[in-house]
Ligand binder design. Structure first.
Ligand code: SF4
Ligand code: SF4
Length: 221
């Protein structure tokens, strides 16, 4: 079978195309139509005027981390190293100490996250058994050197500004306050409560009858 030859030679330009001017005017007309439309109708702009305007991000946004505190102000973290172990970027560094309150046992003497290495995956939040590390919707993180990108306890501890009006607010966390399942105090899969499949599974678990009490052991002589 003879080889098929494809003609890729450009078609000769018409007289109007060779003038170039009509194409330039057409392009300018389009540019100016967008320019004037955006001047009079700024709401239709797909871009936002940062920092005066800010985009509303999802409740599950993975931004800067915070360490949650108990009612007495102490960190909820018990320095169990679960988050450090789960972290795929190896950017969490913890040093544990003995807590003066016996019930807490341990606390982090040092807790650091290197945000130049962090990939914002949220695995640390999922791994934490103490609900001690959450993420916020704060994405304004820039640094001039590596030292300032390493956040210690003083920068990670939750502050009022994190949740105040105009603040970043909570992002990715183990559960969400608005969840009807959470309000009912029922089973809720950590961090994945919004997934419909897991919700159905949770509903099925909640419908299960409570386990029957074991019969008392027979007395032996
Ligand atoms: S978000 Fe991911 S990468 Fe960042 S500290 Fe947590 S586990 Fe590590
Ligand atoms: S997993 Fe939670 S409790 Fe354990 S070290 Fe990390 S933040 Fe602390």
């Amino acid at each position: 079978m003879p080889a098929r030859v494809v003609n890729v030679t450009a078609a000769p330009m018409t007289f109007m195309e060779r003038l170039y001017l009509p194409a330039i005017l057409k392009g300018m007309a389009l540019t100016f139509s967008h320019f004037f439309r955006n001047l009079v109708d700024i709401k239709r702009l797909p871009t936002i005027q940062f920092p005066e305007m800010r985009r509303v991000y999802s409740e599950r946004y993975r931004g800067r981390h915070i360490l949650k505190t108990r009612e007495d102000g102490s960190l909820k973290c018990v320095a169990c190293y679960m988050c450090e172990t789960a972290c795929p970027a190896d950017c969490i560094h913890i040093e544990a100490g003995e807590h003066p309150v016996l019930a807490y046992e341990k606390y982090p003497v040092k807790f650091e996250i290197d945000f130049l290495r962090c990939v914002m995956c949220g695995f640390c939040v999922d791994a934490c058994p103490k609900d001690a590390i959450w993420m916020t919707k704060d994405y304004e993180m820039s640094y001039f050197d590596r030292e300032s990108a390493i956040y210690g306890i003083e920068k990670l501890r939750e502050t009022r500004e994190d949740t105040a009006a105009g603040g970043p607010g909570y992002g990715y966390r183990p559960y969400y306050g608005e969840s009807p399942m959470r309000k009912a105090g029922e089973f809720e899969p950590s961090g994945l409560a919004l997934l419909p499949v897991l919700k159905k599974r949770a509903e099925a678990i909640n419908r299960m009858p409570p386990p029957k009490a074991a019969p008392p052991a027979a007395k032996t002589a």
